[in-house]
Design a protein around this ligand. Structure first.
Ligand code: G6P
Ligand code: MG
Length: 218
């Protein structure tokens, strides 16, 4: 029986995936790396340094920069990103998600956040969502980011629930792998071809309701 939900944030709760894209793309172009849709999709869910390495690897540039230079580049991206998210308001909660969280709360489900973003607590505050969650996994404390299962395992532990009692929500392929590896039921939001490993698929956040989930679970 399902008793809790573990949430990715960027692209699931918050309309922020577009801002990550803008900031990374700007940096990529400055570094002379050609942007493409496939790279943009693969970056979803990947932590900050992992994302930078993925961008550099696009043109085999990973070894052209020292660790210190990479830290500077990642910090530059984050400064740009922080500027873009500084104006977030509750209006930037993705469609249907406020109502979904309210229905989960009303029905006694427990919720936690499994986001790779170090900006997650700030964003959840800005969106007015912080109080819905029992806890937010601190990504700085992880040994490995998504697709490793660790972050969703930890999000389940925060709720003191077993994997079989949990549904994890994700908009990234790396995140779905992480949920599956943690033994939770994976709910993918977005292109079902990209998220083909998800147990349940939804086109967009507006379609995610308790009734629709129950119908798909059968
Ligand atoms: C999320 C996003 C990624 C982002 C990562 C780290 O997983 O989907 O695009 O790179 O968080 O975010 P941060 O805010 O810490 O740079
Ligand atoms: Mg995401």
């Amino acid at each position: 029986e399902i008793k809790g939900f573990t949430f990715d944030m960027d692209g699931v709760l918050a309309d922020t995936a577009k801002f990550h894209t803008v900031a990374w793309r700007q940096l990529a172009e400055k570094l002379g790396v050609t942007w493409n849709d496939d790279l943009q999709e693969r970056l979803k869910g990947i932590d900050r340094m992992g994302s930078l390495n993925m961008i550099l690897a696009e043109d085999n540039l990973e070894n052209q920069y020292s660790q210190e230079q990479k830290e500077t580049l990642a910090a530059e991206k984050n400064d740009n990103y922080r500027q873009l998210i500084s104006t977030l308001t509750p209006g930037d909660v993705l469609p249907g998600m406020q109502a979904f969280l309210d229905s989960l709360k009303a029905n006694g489900y427990l919720m936690s956040v499994a986001s790779a973003s170090k900006n997650a607590p700030f964003i959840l505050e800005k969106l007015g969502l912080a109080d819905y969650f029992v806890g937010v996994v601190d990504p700085a404390s992880l040994h490995a980011g998504k697709p490793d299962p660790e972050i969703f395992v930890r999000a389940g532990e925060l709720l003191k629930l077993a994997p079989e009692q949990l549904i994890g929500l994700e908009d990234s392929a790396a995140g779905i792998q992480s949920i599956n590896g943690a033994g939770q039921t994976s709910l993918g939001i977005g292109n079902s071809q990209v998220l083909s490993e998800a147990d349940l698929n939804f086109e967009n956040t507006a379609e995610v309701t308790l009734a629709a989930i129950q119908a798909k679970l059968g």
